[in-house]
Structures are given as C-alpha cells and as structure tokens.
Design a protein around this ligand. Structure first.
Ligand code: UD1
Ligand code: MG
Length: 451
C-alpha cells in the first residue's frame, strides 16, 4: 500500500516569541519539522506534503533541503487541523493509498509507532495515535468502546466525565486518502474554538459505519513543543536518549551529559569521547577513534583509530583517514588527511589534501583565500612541513619534500625537495648585551625625570 505523509506545519507558535517559524526551531541541530519528516520517511512514503502557513518561505526551504520531492502547500489562514489537512487535497488528487497525518511540532514520534499505526489499518478504517497522559491537561480525549474508538472530544468541548479520561489524542492519524478527504469535507466548525477539528472525522466515520481504533505509544513520543522552555526540555530528552543509544552500542562517553549530539551523529563502537564535545550535523566517526575534550565537529568523517583534539575544530568537508592525528587548536575545513598523517598543533588547514604519513608542523596555515576565491593546497605523502609555514594556495608540495620553518611557500615544491623561503640569519656577537645596557639606561633616565 502506498503512503502519503501530510505534515501540519502552518501554526505560528506564538509562545516561541520568535521570528523563526516554530517548526524550524532545531532540536539536536535539526529543525523539528525535519525530525518529523525523518520519522515519517521510515514508512517509505510515495508522497510527502507539508502544510505551511506562518513563515512558509523558510519552511519551504527547509523542506526542500531535506527532500526535493516533498510538496509544500499553503494554508493562509489557520482555521483548524481539518482545514489544514484539507489544503493537501489538490496536491494528493489522484493519489491512492493511505494518508498519515503528522505534526511538524511533534518531533519524537518513532518509526515503529508509525508502522504499528499502518499495521492496525488492516482491521480498521481509521487509526489514531493516542497516549496515556500523566497530566491530560488540554489534550483531546479518546472515547473508547473496548478497542473501538467512538469519537474524540476536545478539552474545551468536553464535559466532566470526558475530561476524566486520560487516554489522549496525539493528533496523528492514518486513513485511506479518498475516505479521509471525503470525511473532512463534512467537518464543521460549530464548537468551542470555532475551528475545523480533524478529530471530528472519527465520529463522522463511525456514523457512516466505518471502524476506528487507537494505537498507543509512550507519552514521550508525542511531546510537542510550544515554548523555548519546552524546546530546551525536548532537546534534553533527545540528548539523553541519543547518549544512552551510543553507550548501548559500545561507545565510551566519559562524561555523557557534557557531550552534545546532533540528530544524525553516527559513532562506531570502542570510540572514546572525552568530556565537552559538540557534534554538529553530519558527523560520522568509525570504530576505535578517540575524540578528546573540547572538540567541535561538524560535517566531517573520522576514521578508525584517529585521535582528535583536545580543542580541535573540524568543519564541513574534513575527512580523516585511519590513524591520523589532529591536535589542539587545529581547524580543518574541506580537507582530507590521509592515513597516518599528523596535524598536531595550532594550524589552519582548509581546501587541502594531506598525503599519508605527512607531518604538518605547529602553526602551519594554508592561505586558501585570496579575498575573492578559495584555492587548493596539496601536500604529498610523507612530506614534512616545518613549523609556521604559510602555504599560499594554489600550491603543491611533493611527496617526501620538506619546508623550512617559517617559510612562505608560494611556488610548487618537487618531490623530495627542501623549500626554504625566509631571510638568512645574522648573528652579532655581544650586541644583545649592548642593547640591554642602552635600554636599561634609558629607562633609568626616564624614571629620574618623572620623580
Ligand atoms: C490538537 C488536537 C488534540 C490533540 C493535540 C495534540 C485537534 C482539533 N485537536 O490540538 O486533540 O490532543 O493536537 O497535541 O486536532 N495546525 C495547522 N493549521 C491549523 C491548525 C493547526 O497547521 O489551522 C498545526 C499546528 O501548527 C500544529 C498542529 O497542527 O502543528 C496541531 O495544532 P494545534 O493548534 O496545536 O492543536 P491543539 O489545539 O494542540
Ligand atoms: Mg498543540
């Protein structure tokens, strides 16, 4: 059966107090909406339709960046969840299969929960995702009759008996597309909020003799975000879960609470992460690597046995081969470091390839930017770059070559050659002592004058 995701993301999120649409606020460095898209992607949907409203342009960019095939439809006025789903009607004209409705501000729903909803569709026309709420508060209540779902009552419209129900509506549901749009066409807005409630489709379906049920999940999965405080809590929950997942898979986190992970962080077993490491998006670390304290990593790959940090910054496009070393106060960007090469201290290596076994001395800088364009630096295998070498790109240093410390390298260096580019040293016997005497006398004279 074919599946279409309809993800509701038109709301303003007033309580976020933000210029950024609520669904674009990140959790673990990824917009909430993208978390929902990734959870839904597990159902291998044939179609993805995001309903945008507030900040639709920014929402569209984020959706496209994640999935070029996703469609974005506009809901110019937020008249309720049924009205929101209805905006996907034209986009899904001709689609046959199930619609699964997700919320862009409910990022934690798990793929297997969505799969259970689809499985329950085998026996029921309509499947709603519910949860046992510790504090049912203002959620919609699921009115059950055995395993059949009779209707959903919004808090505002509920009487005391219904408010006593603690089985609540997550908002997510699954239903045949044609049937759902048919039902939505009959939803009215005669209720306490004057909104078109998606939840009304349940009673409407039952009135037509269709069946409905609820699949339940842990409350943590249905957690929504409405304020910065809730965003921080949600991020904290994500981090706790992701850290526990890594520990289970055999990754050592010396101080788990101090390691900040991204939604897509991948770390292999027997890798050790020291305290205070931040993972930005797009980081993969193979097995048996060591990430020492205070590193900031994003968009990079670290191979088996590599040692990074303390205090290293790996920016997008940094690729470390096996058994490489990148030490303190080193910044890498768009740079490939081949097997066994070392960049141990105080260097900037950008737009570069560093050959296997090369040694990059302290304070080396690839001068990759001429103010307008970026240029490449290529260092051959086993080359030795002396400390404080400036490599003015584009430039190549051959295999087994050396540069003298303090050199400014502007021309290519052949294999096995030594390049030296600095003024020659002069030694002046006794001159230091004379200089000291002169300077001390000057200081003494000044002190006499001011007293
Ligand atoms: C909704 C459910 C409620 C459920 C709760 C779970 C209805 C009528 N009620 O209530 O049963 O317990 O979610 O959190 O569905 N949205 C739009 N366009 C709109 C209205 C909403 O895109 O016109 C989006 C919102 O941005 C949000 C989601 O739909 O992502 C839910 O809307 P919200 O207003 O938060 O619904 P609730 O009142 O919380
Ligand atoms: Mg809500």
């Amino acid at each position: 059966m074919s599946i279409a995701l309809v993800i509701l993301a038109a709301g303003k999120g007033t309580r976020m107090e933000s210029d950024l649409p609520k669904v674009l606020h990140p959790i673990a460095q990824v917009p909430m909406l993208v978390h929902a898209m990734r959870a839904g992607a597990a159902l291998d949907p044939a179609r993805v339709v995001v309903v945008a409203g507030h900040g639709a342009e920014a929402v569209t960019r984020a959706v496209r960046a994640e999935d070029d095939n996703a469609q974005v439809v506009l809901q110019t006025e937020q008249l309720g969840t049924a009205h929101a789903v209805d905006q996907a009607r034209d986009a899904l004209a001709g689609f046959s299969g199930d619609v699964v409705v997700l919320y862009g501000d409910t990022p934690f729903v798990q793929p297997d929960t969505l799969e259970r909803m689809i499985a329950a569709r085998a026996d029921h026309d309509l499947v709603v995702l519910g949860f046992q709420a510790a504090d049912p508060a203002r959620y919609g209540r699921l009115v059950m009759d055995g395993s059949d779902l009779t209707r959903i009552v919004e808090f505002k419209d509920a009487g005391p008996a219904e408010r006593a129900i603690d089985l609540c509506n997550s908002g997510l549901l699954a239903c045949d597309a044609a049937m759902l749009f048919d039902l939505i066409a009959t939803v009215g807005n005669d209720n306490a909020s004057g909104e078109y409630y998606l939840t009304d489709v349940v009673a409407l379906a039952r009135a037509r003799g269709l069946s409905a049920t609820a699949v339940t999940c842990d409350e943590a999965e249905t957690l929504g975000v409405n304020s910065r405080a809730e965003l921080a809590v949600a991020d904290g929950l994500f981090q706790a879960r992701a850290r526990a997942g890594l520990l289970d898979k055999g990754v050592t986190l010396m101080a788990p609470d101090s390691v900040y992970l991204a939604q897509d962080t991948v770390i292999g077993r027997d890798t050790v992460i020291e305290p205070n490491v931040v993972f930005g998006p797009g980081v993969t670390v193979e097995t048996g690597a060591l990430i020492r304290a205070f590193c900031y990593l994003e968009g990079c790959h670290i191979s088996r046995g590599a040692i990074v940090g303390p205090y290293a910054r790996l920016r997008p496009g940094a690729e470390l081969a096996e058994n490489t070393k990148v030490g303190n106060f080193v910044e890498l960007k768009n740079a490939r470091i081949d097997e066994g090469a070392k960049v141990n201290h105080l260097s900037y290596i950008g737009n570069a390839t560093i050959g296997a076994g090369a040694n990059i001395g302290a304070g080396t800088i690839t001068c990759n930017y001429d103010g307008v364009m970026k240029h490449h630096t290529r260092i051959g295998a086993r080359a030795f770059i002396g400390s404080n070498t400036m490599l003015v790109a584009p430039v190549n240093v051959g295999a087994g070559a050396m540069t003298a410390s303090g050199s400014v390298i502007t021309r290519d260096v052949a294999d096995d050659a030594l390049a030296m580019s600095r003024t020659e040293q002069q030694n002046k016997p006794g001159r230091a002592r004379k200089l000291f005497d002169m300077l001390r006398a000057k200081k003494a004279r000044r002190e006499r004058e001011t007293n």
